[in-house]
Every structure is written in structure tokens, then in C-alpha cells.
Design a protein around this ligand. Structure first.
Ligand SMILES: [Zn+2]
Length: 225
């Protein structure tokens, strides 16, 4: 939506056009989206009674907690695609508002966006995860750490890879700048969508091995089922 339209027609759902209170999207619509429930608190995979799952007990991930707004489906997928591929930058605020409403941010001192490689950032013109993280930092009134991690390998698209292939694909993909993290202990890594968690794992492992960060959460607006 153009900023002028938003000014003239405040608080209407960008998808249904209904009045929507404080959010820019109909709360009625959002209520119909499916959310992860009964999931492992650490990795967000289904787990009875929301206990830490067997996979996390066997091989503990480097991130300590995962918080996800919704499953990646319905209209939400359209919003994410709009932001990522159609230059709908205003959607970053909506996605950030939705994620802020879904997470418990109590344990986190700062947010960090999952980085894009410079080549991809240049061709897209922006990093959608950073736009979301920036809005979240503003709403939560906590710092956004920029330039703390660089994506040094332009990894090929991960879309058709399974979890093991993704892990291999990401080896050495990130470079951490330890000084950027010197003032914080507990951070959340922010992305638009979590698929297998391989990116979050690689990032968290790299950050923990290079800094004094003690607690890392993985936050995403959506997770694939
Ligand atoms: Zn788990």
C-alpha cells in the first residue's frame, strides 16, 4: 500500500480491506491461520505436550529456543512473498507486528537479522529479514545488531535440498564479527521463514563459538510444516 493511501485510510487490512484496529491486517483473518502448537520449545517441530523433542535431546541445537508466529501457508505466504519478491516493503511492518504479538521477548537483549549474501542483497535491493528485525527492534525497544554477521559464501538456493544437504551447503557460509556482540548476552536471530532450521543452527553455532553470547533464540514469522 502506498504511504499516502495508508495515511488516508488508516488501519484497514491490506488483504481484506476490513477495518482492523491497530494492526494493518484483519485480526479475524489472522485468527484463521494455523500456528505451531504442541511443539518442541527448542526446535518447533511437533512434540507431544510441548516437551523438548528426541532430536534436540540427542543432538542439542546451538540455539536455545525457537519462536514462530504461524505455519507458512494461506495469506501469510502471500505477504512473505510480497515482501521478498515484489518490493512490498510496507509488509515488513505488518510481519513484524504479527511476530511481536507471537513471541515472548522477555529473555532477549537484542535482535539480529539472518544475513543475505551481498550479491543477493544487491539484486533484491534489501534484506527482507533485516526489514522485519528493524521494525521489531523499534516496537520492542531493543537494539538491532547490524554488521555482526556477514554471509561470505553465496550459497545456491536451498529450496530443493533436504536437511543434511542444507547443513553441508551452509558450512563456512557466515563470518561473525565478535565485537558487534560485546554489549549483549542474549539475542534473537530473526528470519521471515524457517524451513529446516539449518540456517539458524549454522548461525547460532558460529556466534556461540566466536562470542560470549549465552542464549540464542530463533524467531521467524512463519515455519514450513
Ligand atoms: Zn526439538
Amino acid at each position: 500500500m502506498h504511504w499516502l493511501e495508508r495515511w488516508l485510510l488508516p488501519s484497514k487490512c491490506v488483504l481484506t480491506g476490513e477495518g482492523s484496529g491497530l494492526l494493518d491486517i484483519s485480526e479475524y483473518l489472522v485468527d484463521t491461520w494455523s500456528k505451531p502448537e504442541e511443539v518442541c520449545p527448542q526446535c518447533c517441530e511437533p512434540s507431544p505436550s510441548s516437551q523438548v523433542c528426541g532430536a534436540c535431546l540427542t543432538q542439542t541445537p546451538s540455539f536455545d529456543r525457537t519462536q514462530v508466529g504461524f505455519y507458512f501457508e494461506e495469506e501469510l505466504a502471500g505477504l512473505v512473498h510480497g515482501l521478498k519478491y515484489q518490493n512490498r516493503l510496507a509488509y515488513s511492518r505488518i510481519l513484524a507486528e504479527l511476530l511481536v504479538k507471537s513471541v515472548d521477548a522477555e529473555a532477549v537483549d537484542a535482535v539480529v537479522a539472518v544475513p543475505l549474501h551481498l550479491n543477493r542483497r544487491r539484486s533484491r535491493g534489501y534484506n527482507q529479514a533485516e526489514l522485519i528485525a528493524q521494525e521489531m527492534a523499534r516496537i520492542l525497544q531493543i537494539p538491532l545488531i547490524r554488521d555482526g554477521i556477514e554471509r561470505v559464501v553465496d550459497t545456491p538456493s536451498q529450496t530443493h535440498l533436504d536437511a543434511d544437504e542444507r547443513r553441508r551447503n551452509l558450512k563456512g557460509a557466515f563470518k561473525v564479527v565478535p565485537e558487534a556482540f560485546s554489549a549483549v548476552n542474549r539475542i534473537a536471530l530473526v528470519d521471515d521463514v524457517i524451513t529446516t532450521g539449518a540456517t539458524m543452527q549454522q548461525l547460532a553455532s558460529e556466534i556461540k563459538s566466536r562470542t560470549d553470547i549465552e542464549w540464542i533464540e530463533a524467531w521467524a514469522v512463519a515455519k514450513t510444516k
